[in-house]
Write a protein that binds this ligand. Structure first.
Ligand code: NAD
Length: 351
């Protein structure tokens, strides 16, 4: 199968394959759209089953970034990169510099930042060879740094909006939330939810991350394969994608699904499956835009944490609009969000 026939290709503007003999780096940079600005989206380092799985992930994530950046009102198009984690290419500053050189060769068409498996330090190595990178260490109250706390803030505000809409509650006091994955975003989200009085159920496949959550917060731990089906008000997927499927949806107990993970729906039709079960789904790329908003403020410069927070505060407003349209039309929320995003991109491409 050629890359052009790939079911997720969706007219990507370019897909770059990197194979660096010196470091063993194998990576893919997918640029879906530059209609609204340079394609921006993080770099994921993950152990994929094979290179096809890595390509699928890059393409899906990259298109999601086009939609996310459009709805968030950013002057960014959509792109994403993945690094194939293998024993032959261990994580090192050299590896990230090789990746940075590939980013630089795209002359600003793509702007990278950290995603799953990458850190602020890794982006610092990238920055040694290219300026087309964000998510670098921040100083004082300027915008920047690890984007995950802002992602968590946006998800938290989005959960509040979804709970208001579906459960009719203005407070999260005693609302039960199951958080899948207590990594960078998940743990920050748990902190905010706990402060707001929510009761937390968590799972993680990484014992260390789980222990950090348990040491800090009163959480009920369940097995990773049971978390999705917890008897809770809200399910917050904060691990990886493809968790909402024809198989899992019939067994979800929560009335709201609202979390940080990208590509939570395995397929577009899974949104309708959730709607049919009267489960309110907060489209992932709308609710999890806090991090890229942070990245944009850092990248374009001259901004502050305060300004980022103000913009992250718009996320619940955007969700409310989508929820209202879904309530009126009965259409699945993901389809409404996709349509809104495509309209913004089309208008930007014309202008
Ligand atoms: P992370 O790697 O820090 O955390 C993910 C956590 O999920 C890890 O602790 C991992 O062990 C756990 N996990 C993986 N598979 C699991 C499973 N089956 N069950 C339970 N736990 C599992 O990543 P992160 O930065 O917190 O991002 C989490 C998700 O949010 C990702 O999908 C990412 O693409 C998305 N996202 C992150 C940001 C950000 O700012 N970091 C922004 C937007 C979206």
């Amino acid at each position: 199968m050629s890359v052009f026939d790939h079911p997720e290709f969706d007219q990507h503007e370019s897909v770059t394959f990197i194979d660096d003999a010196d470091t063993g780096l194998q990576a893919i940079i997918a640029i879906h759209s530059t209609a609204l600005g340079p394609a921006a989206g993080g770099c994921r380092r993950w152990q994929y089953a094979d290179s096809k799985a890595a390509l699928t992930d890059a393409l899906r994530l990259s298109r999601g970034m086009t939609y996310k950046n459009a709805i968030a009102g950013l002057k960014f198009g959509g792109g994403k990169s993945v690094i194939l984690a293998t024993d032959d290419a261990p994580k090192s500053p050299q590896l990230f510099r090789a990746f940075g050189r590939a980013v630089d060769a795209l002359n600003g068409q793509y702007v990278t930042a950290e995603d799953v498996g990458c850190s602020v330090d890794d982006m610092r190595s990238v920055n040694e060879v290219t300026r087309y990178v964000s998510g670098l260490p921040k100083s004082g109250a300027s915008a920047g740094g690890d984007p995950s706390p802002m992602t968590a803030m946006g998800v938290f505000l989005g959960i509040q909006a979804a709970v208001r809409e579906r459960l009719g509650k203005d407070s999260l006091q005693d609302v039960t939330v199951a958080v899948q994955g207590v990594g960078h975003v998940g743990l920050n989200l748990c902190r905010l939810l706990h402060e707001a009085g929510a009761r937390l159920t968590v799972a993680d496949v990484n014992r260390h991350n789980l222990q950090l959550a348990r040491d800090e917060l009163p959480v009920t731990e369940v097995a990773p394969n049971a978390l999705l089906f917890s008897n809770v008000d809200v399910l917050a997927p904060c691990a990886l994608g493809n968790v909402l499927t024809a198989q899992t949806i019939p067994n979800i107990q929560a009335r709201v699904v609202a979390g940080a993970a990208n590509n939570q729906l395995a397929t577009e039709t899974d949104g309708a499956r959730l709607a049919a079960r009267e489960i309110l789904y907060a489209p992932d790329y709308v609710i999890n835009a806090g991090g890229i908003i942070n990245v944009a403020h850092e990248y374009f410069g001259n901004s502050s944490e305060e300004k980022v927070l103000a913009e992250v505060g718009e996320i619940p407003r955007r969700l409310e609009k989508i929820f209202a349209e879904a309530a009126e039309t009965g259409e699945a929320t993901n389809l409404i969000a996709d349509r809104m995003a495509r309209r913004i991109v089309a208008a930007g491409a014309k202008g």
